[in-house]
Design a protein around this ligand. Sequence first.
Ligand SMILES: [Zn+2]
Length: 438
Amino acid sequence: MPIPRFRQALSAPGLLKEVRTCFARVEDGVASRGLNLTECLMSGLAIFGMKYPSLLQFDRDSRGDGTVGANLRSLYGVARAPSDTALRERLDEVDPRALRRAFTRLFHVLQRGGGLEGFTTLDGHYLLSVDGTGYFSSSRVHCASCCEKHHRDGRTTYYHQMLGAVVVHPKQREVFVLAPEPIVKGDGATKNDCERTAAKRLLSDVRREHPHLKLIVVEDSLASNGPHIQGLKRLGLRFILGAKRGDHAFLYDWVDATPGVETVEVTDEAGVRHWFRYLNGVPLNDTHFELEVNFLEYWERRPNGKEQHFAWVTDLPIKESTVMELMRAGRARWRIENETFNTLKNQGYSFEHNFGHGEKQLSTVFAYLMMLAFLIDQIQQRCCRVFQHAQAKAGRARYFWEKVRGLFLHYRLPDWETLYRALAFGYRAPEPVPFDTS
Ligand SMILES: [Zn+2]
């Protein structure tokens, strides 16, 4: 098998170098007590990069026989890993917004390196799927930024949610997260934050950080309301938003009552029947009568008889030649559920595990670092052929990360290329177990 070239910029060393530069600019508010904040942030990233199940495990390993300490130096540039307590204390003080820059930098590196080729659709746009998910809930553990649910019987549930924004494509396996937006209680706020206000903050940050990016925002039916659509238009963001009949009686009545609504029927090579009806320039509802949207409704019937139904409102013109692409773009919204949150929760990243809650920002900072580790992995999966070979050799994703952590624990690794090449092309195990008799 020909040995592929290792693309430094689009593999772990180059990506971590970019992130480190961003971390070095994060304001260090606390007297350092010999611990440098960049090292703490890089250690946090290493925990999620190596898919560690707990901070305690990481603490023990980095203080073990020297192998993990040496690997943290060679792979993550961490000279001395902080203890788990020190790490929690320092990261609790970090403003999560200061970590946004790392996501933006990595996205630019990915774009410049050609990693986003094949990700455009509908006249050169990228699809940005936006949705929220819960990752922490407790009746006991809480911090200053927890949202609170007060039950009738006097109990309180504390929780954190995160609004994610992910660049997706119907035909591509990878997804690329932009900086997420925490749904938390702000400083001194008495009311809980909600997904809708978080979306407002997230989308204006996205526009500020990527002013020229051609984006179509895809969201579920909760987003197809007047104020949100007006906000999207103000930011120059195109949209494809779910539109359920139950939420849009006025819109559906309007379409039903309009004579000559266009329909399209296509049966593809796999025998799947696609049936569309659409109408451009429909008033969204009574209250926002002046706000016109284009309406697309779709039924799919598979040869086994299984049927599905979807409907969207969009500002993209609907024509016979674009209905299939619009439908695929609208359905790509699910990739934030299936390929992002699900992977983070069930494929080694332990998104719902409580690594430490802290008193201020720790929970959010850990969530950011985990998403950053996920972005680095997805870029490598897309762009680094050595990484791809290593992954293919391991088979399942979870097994791949077990193998990565196994090597990280037991072998001194001079660099990332050695780690991935060992996994891709095999390595000799030391036999027998070399006992330490000193
Ligand atoms: Zn909290």
